[in-house]
Write a protein that binds this ligand. Structure first.
Ligand SMILES: *[C@@H]1O[C@H](CO)[C@@H](O)[C@H](O)[C@H]1NC(C)=O
Ligand SMILES: *[C@@H]1O[C@H](CO)[C@@H](O)[C@H](O)[C@H]1NC(C)=O
Ligand SMILES: *[C@@H]1O[C@H](CO)[C@@H](O)[C@H](O)[C@H]1NC(C)=O
Ligand SMILES: *[C@@H]1O[C@H](CO)[C@@H](O)[C@H](O)[C@H]1NC(C)=O
Ligand SMILES: *[C@@H]1O[C@H](CO)[C@@H](O)[C@H](O)[C@H]1NC(C)=O
Length: 352
């Protein structure tokens, strides 16, 4: 009697358990998104295949008359050094740099930022007060022709001017670019893979509605005086920031960039640029983030690459970026590593 009832009961419990487990799984991971670009905060990257030719051009007529000489709350803005975009790049890279970071700029020029067709890289700077230093910068620019310097003091709390000025450059001086990457001078971009990603995974004709980054959610506002990121209640009153993208790896489509530029020009100044632009303003305009977190190398991966000189170890996974705050030494290391990889044409969408 007992034995005859055991098996049906067991089967019932077993099936119930499976159902519970799958509901639990669904609640953690969520069903796979069916719409192209949705907010995505787990580690699963999603990609839109945009095979439709994007014919987007910046609608400059929507900007106010004096927009060009205005940078948020600065009314007498101008570019002091400018290098126009002469070709039709697939990708425009805007690298935030500090005037003193000569070695960092050099490391980018010698590694991932090396000249290639379809790519335009500029370094974004503010003004310096020391005229000797300015001379040096001008000489560096004369040699490489890759600076964009605007009229505001290059200072930590002026980062937001830099970001919005970089947008201004993209809109007025490089409108041909199909994609725009905003990054920092201590970041490694796996440029061969990035170019494949844009042409094969996205579209060589450009895409729409795109902000690819490594989003942060529920990030609390730092109030302690010891923090470099301390923000007063006067500057920002909420306890948490809206979901935003850390500024070292922001890949924009031109339409998103334009919308955010328009909003930023009207916005109150807030010095944490990525929070303002990709958080507060993006939220206002209903712009979503797509996570590419799984395509960023970890520090551990870099250590692996550094310790195994054979080049055949297991960090040869697909990646678009190195970890942020990379040392100059590791910049060269990763470039050697990337150059050694022969299978660069990897289809990322098969990598889910
Ligand atoms: C996009 O434009 C290119 C070049 O003009 C053309 O060769 C291609 O067929 C177009 N693709 C689509 C999907 O319209
Ligand atoms: C930011 O730039 C403006 C314009 O040059 C300048 O007046 C201001 O002092 C700078 N801010 C900081 C914190 O240096
Ligand atoms: C790249 O390949 C060369 C030659 O095979 C090797 O000496 C070097 O260690 C490799 N570098 C990396 C970072 O894998
Ligand atoms: C280095 O790579 C080789 C080849 O894949 C592997 O067998 C070895 O364990 C690696 N060594 C270290 C220290 O990771
Ligand atoms: C690398 O990782 C993959 C799967 O993660 C594994 O199949 C492969 O054996 C690993 N290769 C080495 C050399 O450890």
């Amino acid at each position: 009697m007992l034995e005859r009832r055991f098996w049906p009961n067991f089967a019932f419990i077993f099936i119930a358990l499976i159902i519970c487990l799958s509901i639990w799984q669904m609640s953690i991971v969520g069903p796979y998104p069916s719409t192209p670009i949705t907010p995505q905060y787990n580690n699963v990257p999603i990609y839109t295949l945009n095979t439709v030719n994007s014919t987007y051009t910046y609608p400059l007529e929507q900007l106010p008359k004096l927009d060009y000489s205005k940078l948020m709350n600065l009314n007498d803005f101008q570019f002091d050094i400018l290098n126009e975009c002469t070709s039709n790049p697939l990708l425009l890279v805007l690298v935030h740099t500090s005037p003193k970071n000569f070695e960092r700029r050099k490391s980018i020029r010698q590694t991932w930022g090396k000249h290639r067709t379809n790519l335009k890289i500029v370094f974004i700077l503010g003004t310096v007060q020391n005229s000797k230093q300015q001379k040096k910068l001008e000489e560096e620019n004369k040699k490489h022709r890759d600076f964009v310097q605007g009229r505001f003091l290059d200072a930590y709390k002026n980062m937001t001017y830099k970001h919005v000025m970089a947008f201004k450059y993209a809109i007025y001086h490089c409108p041909q670019a199909k994609y725009i990457l905003k990054t920092d001078d201590d970041v490694f971009v796996n440029m061969p893979t990035m170019m494949d990603f844009l042409t094969v995974e996205l579209s060589p004709y450009g895409a729409r509605n795109l902000l690819l980054c490594t989003p942060l959610v529920h990030s609390s506002v730092k109030r302690t005086f010891r923090s470099k990121w301390r923000v007063s209640f006067h500057e920002y009153k909420e306890r948490y920031y809206p979901p935003y993208c850390p500024g070292w790896a922001l890949l924009y489509s031109p339409d998103v960039l334009f919308t955010l530029y328009q909003e930023a020009q009207k916005s109150k100044y807030f010095w944490i640029d990525d929070v303002l632009i990709t958080g507060i303003l993006a939220k206002n305009k209903n712009i979503h983030h797509t996570s590419i977190r799984s395509l960023v190398l970890t520090r551990h991966n870099v250590d692996e690459i550094a310790t195994n000189q054979s080049g055949s170890h297991n960090s040869s996974r697909i990646f678009l970026y190195g970890p942020p705050d990379l040392s100059i030494e590791n910049m060269y290391l990763l470039w050697d590593f990337v150059k050694n990889q022969t299978n660069s044409k990897i289809i990322l969408k098969d990598h889910r």
